[in-house]
Design a protein around this ligand. Structure first.
Ligand code: ZN
Ligand code: FE
Length: 256
């Protein structure tokens, strides 16, 4: 069987970076670089040699650690061709729908614009994980700084179509607040009520709530559920389109 190691690294106040190691080739990818120090410390602790960095989007809390990190841990930097001017210098750049190799494995690049235009996700089918940063998040989705609600909804639908056993590796620890909001639009969802309790107990112990399985997001994340009759009833939008319901959920979250 093909095996990977996935390590979550807390950075800054509420960001996550991830290390993905392919045990066969020994290649090590870092997804996003909020700051260099905790990532360098984790690499040293594990004795891993960084080989590549995959950047999801141009916001400083996802890229600002690149220069300091690669000074001591040289690595190929990979990002979106469409957003290359706003990213650190890239060694390879890809468009939506393109793939590249990681060891003997394929990495699929998916445009997930909405939070920013040019935000990408990295799907590694063999590792059953996708790095979504500030697009699909645990019980939430990123705020729309550059894109439209329709764009974000399109992006989330692409992620929702991945296999249910895919691990969603998102960029921030926002889940407790997301749960409080989700319960305002989907108050009677038993899976959500139970997940909200799990989140509170994890946070009380200082444990991360990221990553999370796509199957759980599909059951509980209101931003993936605009077609749900109970959510539509709560919002008073029984006959609206999914895009209209999604837009209303996002609007309410912005004011929550
Ligand atoms: Zn961001
Ligand atoms: Fe962010």
């Amino acid at each position: 069987a093909m095996s990977f190691d996935l390590v979550t690294i807390p950075c800054l106040s509420d960001n996550y970076a991830f290390l993905l190691r392919d045990q066969t080739s020994g290649k090590v990818a870092l997804i996003d670089v909020p700051e260099a120090a905790p990532i360098a410390a984790k690499l040293d602790e594990l004795g891993w040699t960084l080989t590549e960095i995959w950047l999801t989007h141009h916001h400083p809390d996802h890229i600002q650690g690149v220069p300091a990190l690669i000074a001591d841990h040289p690595a190929r930097v990979i990002g979106a061709k469409a957003d290359a001017e706003r990213l650190p210098p890239l060694d390879a750049a890809y468009d939506d729908g393109q793939s590249f190799t990681f060891g003997a494995h394929t990495v699929d690049v998916i445009d997930v614009s909405g939070h920013t235009v040019g935000h990408i996700a990295f799907h590694v089918p063999a590792a059953k994980c996708v790095f979504t940063a500030d697009s699909l998040m645990a019980l939430g989705c990123g705020r729309l700084f550059e894109g439209t609600p329709a764009q974000m909804w399109d992006s989330l639908q692409k992620l929702a179509a991945l296999p249910g056993n895919t691990t969603i590796c998102s960029g921030h620890e926002y889940t407790a607040t997301n749960a409080k909001f989700a319960l305002t639009v989907d108050p009677d969802n038993p899976a959500l009520i139970s997940r909200a309790k799990d989140i509170d107990s994890a946070r009380a112990k200082g444990q991360p709530t990221v990553p999370s399985p796509l199957s759980l997001e599909l059951e509980t994340n209101p931003f993936l559920r605009p077609g749900d009759p109970a959510i539509r009833a709560t919002l008073g939008m029984p006959d609206a389109t999914d895009t209209e319901v999604f837009t209303e959920i996002r609007r309410r979250k912005d004011q929550f």
